[in-house]
Design a protein around this ligand. Structure first.
Ligand code: SF4
Length: 58
């Protein structure tokens, strides 16, 4: 289970660079998990650690 807290996400896009196969920026400017994302992708952990606001919950 992977979630983005859109209340705290600032839309910096870091997670989409670190783990573009899982995260994308939505039309609201916030990150979200792609519909077809592989939730076992190793880069998810790295993205969570890279998020400046700690908005990615695993
Ligand atoms: Fe939002 Fe964090 Fe992703 Fe930046 S790295 S877009 S703050 S979830």
């Amino acid at each position: 289970m992977v979630e983005v807290d859109t209340e705290t996400c600032i839309g910096c896009g870091t997670c989409t660079v670190v783990c573009g196969e899982v995260f994308e920026l939505g039309s609201d400017g916030k990150a979200r998990v792609k519909d077809d994302a592989d939730l076992n992708a190793p880069c998810i952990e790295e993205a969570a650690q890279s998020c400046p606001t700690g908005s990615i919950k695993i």
